[in-house]
Design a protein around this ligand. Structure first.
Ligand code: IVH
Length: 675
C-alpha cells in the first residue's frame, strides 16, 4: 500500500514523540506519561510500519533489536585511542597532580570537573548526521569489538540525536554499566533458569554487552552514562568539559547527574568526600572519582603521556573491608605448581561481590597472621584484586580454633612440596606429572585473553583431563566429536561448537600465543613486548638471556624464566605440536619491518664508550634485531668505536665499513627505536 502524506506525517510524529518520552524517561529520569500511554504510541507506530514496511528506517524506535549476526564481533580501530587514567590513592597524589598541571600551565589555580568513576566498561558510540552508526568496546584502547547491534538495544542510547546543533560526525565515549538493582534482578533470573551467575555488576555489564544475540542483550538492564567526545568532524564541541557534558545531555545522551565543577586540589578533595559519602546510596557501583581539567584548551596544552592524559586523574576509593569467619583452610595448586593456601569463609558481601574464599598467599603469611580455622577475620577486596585476609581479630578468637598444618605433599598428585625463598613459595615438584598444574595451564591457554576458546571453561578442562582425553594444550587440537560426545553432559551441538571454537583459535596473534603458553612471569604486556621485538618466533626461542634483557621492561628474572621455558624439551614439543596442528599468527607488513628495524645488519663494537657499557650497547642492538659480532669482516655493516679502539678500527677502514663514534651511535639507536 502506498502511504499517503498523512501517514508519513503520523509516523514521523509518533517517532519524535516516542524519542522525547525515551529521553525524559531514560536520560532525564523524569517521565511525563504513564507506561500505558507510551505503549500505545509504540503499538500505533508498529501497526503503521507493518502496513508500510517501506517506511521503516533503522533509526525508528521499533528497530532497536536486530537479528543475530552469523559470526563473532568484528574489530573496530578507534579513530583516536581510548586512553586509560593514572590512579591516585592518597590525597597527596591529587595535590601532586594539580601542582604539576599548574606548573606546566603556569597558573595559580585550575578548575576541574569531578565525576564519579563508574564501574562498568568504556564504550565508544559514533553518530553520523545524528544517526547511531557504530558502537565499540574499548578493547585494548586501539582496537575494540564492534558491538553496534547490542548498543542499539540500550534505551538510554538514542538511535537519533535530538536537536540539530551537533557535529556531522560525532564520536562519544562513556561507560556502559548495570545498576545494583538491575544486577540483582538479572542474577535472580539467571538462578531460576539454572544459568550462570555474574560475580558483580561490571562483569554482568561486560558479559551482557558481549552477547552475540542482540535479543539477549536487549533483555539485560544495561545503561550508559556519557562523559567524553572522541573524534569530531568539525572542531571542538565546547570550551570546557562541563559544557561538553551539557551538550551531550542536550543531544539526548545520558550524563551522570553527580558531576561537580570545583577549583584547585582542595576543591577536588572536597568533592571526593562528597561523592564517597554518597557511594552506598547511589543506584550503581562506583569505585572512585575522576578529576578532569575543565578547560579544553588547557587539556590540549597538557596533552597525554604514554596512554594516559596529563589532564585527568582517577582517585580510587579505599578498598572495602568486612568481618567474617574462617570456616576452613585449603590449598590450591596453580599453573606453575605454586601452592596457595586459601581461607574458606562464611560468605560476606564486600566490594561489590559475595566473597567466600580469600587468598592467604603463602605459608609464611599463615604464620604472620596466625590465622586459625574458626577465627574471626577482616577481609578486603579492591577492584579486580583477589580478596585477601587483612587481619585476625584475636580478641574475638573462639575457644576451639584449629591450627592449619601445611601439607607436605601435593593434594593433587602427591608429589613432594618444595619450599623456596624462606617459605614464601611452596611448590609442587610434580611438574607436568601433576594434573592440577596441567589443568591450570590448559585453562589459562583457553582463556579469553589468551587463545580465547569460547566454551572451554574450568569444569570442562577438568573433565577432559580427568577422562584422559587431553594431557596438554596441544591435545586440544586433536579432539574429535566422538571423544567429546562421550563425555557427561555434552550434546552433539555443544561438541560441535567447541570444536569450531578450538579451530577458530588457531588463527591468533603472536602476543596472544606467547601469553597463552603460560611462561612464568610473562603476562600480557610482556608477551606483547616480546612479540613486537621478535616477530619471528624462532628467533625469539633462540634469543639468549642477554638479548631478552634488552627488551624494555624485561629484567634478569623474567629473561631467565623465558629462556628456561624454551630450554625445556617438553615445552618445545608442545610448541611443535601446536604449530603442526595449524596454530598460526599472520604478521602484518608493518610488524615485520617496524619491530626489528635492524634485522639483517651486523655490528661490531670496539673500544670503551663513555656513557654505556659494551654489554648494554650489544643488548640494545639485539633488541632491534641486529647481530653483534666479535670480528670485522666484509659482512659487517657498522663498526661502533669508543676510546682506544685497536685493530678492529683499522680493519674497518681497510674493508670500507662505516664507522660510528659513541655520539653517532646513540643518535642512531634513538632514530631506529622510534622508527
Ligand atoms: S574518562 C582520557 N570518565 O575509567 C579519559 N573514565 O581508567 C579516559 N571510567 O576506561 C576516560 N568513569 O572505563 C572517564 N567519569 C569517567 C569514568 C571513566 C569510569 C573508566 C573508563 C576508562 C577507565 C580509565
Amino acid at each position: 500500500m502506498t502511504a499517503s502524506a498523512g501517514v508519513r506525517r503520523r509516523i514521523d510524529a509518533l517517532r519524535s514523540e516516542i524519542e522525547q518520552h525515551n529521553y525524559r524517561y531514560y536520560v532525564l529520569d523524569e517521565p511525563t506519561v504513564p507506561d500505558i500511554e507510551y505503549d500505545r504510541l509504540m503499538h500505533e507506530l508498529q501497526s503503521l510500519e507493518a502496513v508500510h514496511p517501506d517506511l521503516i528506517t533503522s533509526s525508528s524506535p521499533t528497530q532497536r533489536v536486530g537479528a543475530k549476526p552469523e559470526s563473532a564481533f568484528g574489530s573496530v580501530r578507534h579513530a583516536e585511542p581510548m586512553l586509560s587514567l593514572n590512579n591516585a590513592f592518597a590525597d597527596a597524589d591529587v595535590e601532586d597532580f594539580d601542582r604539576r598541571a599548574r606548573e606546566r600551565l603556569d597558573l595559580e589555580e585550575i578548575d576541574y570537573v569531578v565525576e564519579p568513576k563508574l564501574d562498568g566498561l568504556a564504550v565508544s558510540i559514533h553518530y553520523e548526521a545524528g544517526l547511531l552508526v557504530r558502537g565499540a568496546t574499548r578493547g585494548d584502547g586501539v582496537n575494540g569489538e564492534d558491538v553496534t547491534l547490542n548498543v542499539r538495544t540500550m534505551r538510554s542510547v538514542p538511535l537519533r540525536l535530538l536537536g540539530s546543533d551537533f557535529p556531522a560526525s560525532l564520536e562519544i565515549r562513556g561507560e556502559v554499566f548495570m545498576s545494583k538493582q538491575g544486577f540483582a534482578a538479572l542474577n535472580d533470573r539467571q538462578r531460576k533458569a539454572g544459568e550462570k551467575l555474574y560475580v558483580n555488576p561490571r562483569n554482568a555489564a561486560a558479559g551482557s554487552l558481549r552477547q552475540l544475540d542482540p535479543q539477549v542483550t536487549a533483555n539485560r538492564p544495561l545503561e550508559m552514562f556519557c562523559y567524553a567526545v572522541g573524534r569530531v568532524a568539525d572542531g571542538d564541541v565546547a570550551l570546557t568539559q562541563a559544557q561538553v557534558l551539557d551538550c551531550l545531555q542536550r543531544w539526548g545522551l545520558r550524563v551522570c547527574p553527580e558531576n561537580l565543577v570545583v577549583s584547585g586540589a582542595q576543591g577536588c578533595l572536597d568533592a571526593y568526600r562528597v561523592i564517597l559519602n554518597k557511594r552506598d546510596a547511589l543506584p550503581y557501583e562506583i569505585d572512585g572519582v575522576v578529576y578532569k581539567v575543565n578547560r579544553v584548551d588547557q587539556q590540549q596544552q597538557l596533552g597525554n603521556i604514554s596512554r594516559a592524559p596529563r589532564w585527568a586523574l582517577a582517585h580510587k576509593f579505599p578498598a572495602q573491608e568486612k568481618r567474617t569467619r574462617v570456616a576452613g583452610i585449603d590449598v590450591q595448586v596453580g599453573r606453575t605448581g605454586a601452592i596457595t593456601p586459601v581461607a574458606r569463609l562464611d560468605p560476606v558481601f564486600v566490594g561489590g561481590v559475595t566473597v567466600s574464599n580469600a587468598t592467604l598467599h603463602n605459608p609464611a603469611e599463615i604464620e604472620r597472621l596466625d590465622i586459625r580455622i574458626g577465627d574471626a577475620v577482616v577481609v578486603r577486596r579492591a577492584g579486580d584484586v583477589i580478596p585477601e585476609v587483612v587481619s585476625v581479630i584475636k580478641e574475638q578468637r573462639p575457644a576451639h580454633t584449629r591450627k592449619f598444618r601445611f601439607p607436605t605433599r601435593c593434594p593433587e598428585c602427591k608429589s613432594e612440596i618444595l619450599y623456596e625463598g624462606e617459605g614464601i613459595i611452596a611448590r609442587c615438584s610434580g611438574g607436568l606429572y601433576c594434573d592440577a598444574q596441567r589443568k591450570e595451564s590448559i585453562k589459562h591457554f583457553a582463556s579469553r585473553r589468551a587463545m580465547d576458546i569460547e566454551g572451554l571453561g574450568s569444569k570442562l578442562v577438568e573433565q577432559l583431563v580427568d577422562e584422559e582425553c587431553i594431557r596438554d594444550v596441544a591435545d586440544l587440537y586433536g579432539l574429535s566429536i566422538d571423544k567429546l560426545v562421550a563425555l557427561d553432559r555434552m550434546g552433539p551441538k555443544s561438541a560441535e561448537n567447541l570444536l569450531s571454537a578450538i579451530d577458530r583459535s588457531k588463527h591468533t596473534s603472536l602476543a596472544r600465543f606467547l601469553f597463552a603458553l603460560g611462561i612464568s612471569q610473562v603476562g600480557e604486556s610482556t608477551a606483547q613486548a616480546l612479540a613486537t621485538t621478535y616477530p619471528e618466533f624462532d628467533t625469539l626461542m633462540a634469543a639468549d638471556v642477554e638479548a631478552l634483557q634488552g627488551i624494555p621492561d624485561i629484567g634478569p628474572v623474567v629473561a631467565q624464566s623465558i629462556r628456561s621455558f624454551f630450554d625445556q624439551d617438553h615445552n618445545r614439543e608442545v610448541i611443535d605440536k601446536l604449530r603442526a596442528a595449524g596454530v598460526n599468527w599472520p604478521l602484518t607488513e608493518v610488524e615485520q619491518s617496524s619491530a626489528t628495524p635492524l634485522r639483517g645488519m651486523t655490528f661490531v663494537l670496539t673500544g670503551s664508550m663513555d656513557n654505556m657499557t659494551r654489554d648494554h650497547a650489544k643488548r640494545q642492538l639485539q633488541s632491534l634485531g641486529a647481530k653483534v659480532s666479535d670480528s670485522v669482516s666484509a659482512k659487517t655493516d657498522y663498526v661502533v668505536t669508543g676510546d682506544s679502539p685497536g685493530s678492529k678500527l683499522a680493519k674497518a677502514h681497510k674493508l670500507g665499513v662505516t664507522v660510528m663514534d659513541e655520539e653517532e651511535f646513540v643518535e642512531f639507536l634513538a632514530k631506529h627505536r622510534t622508527a
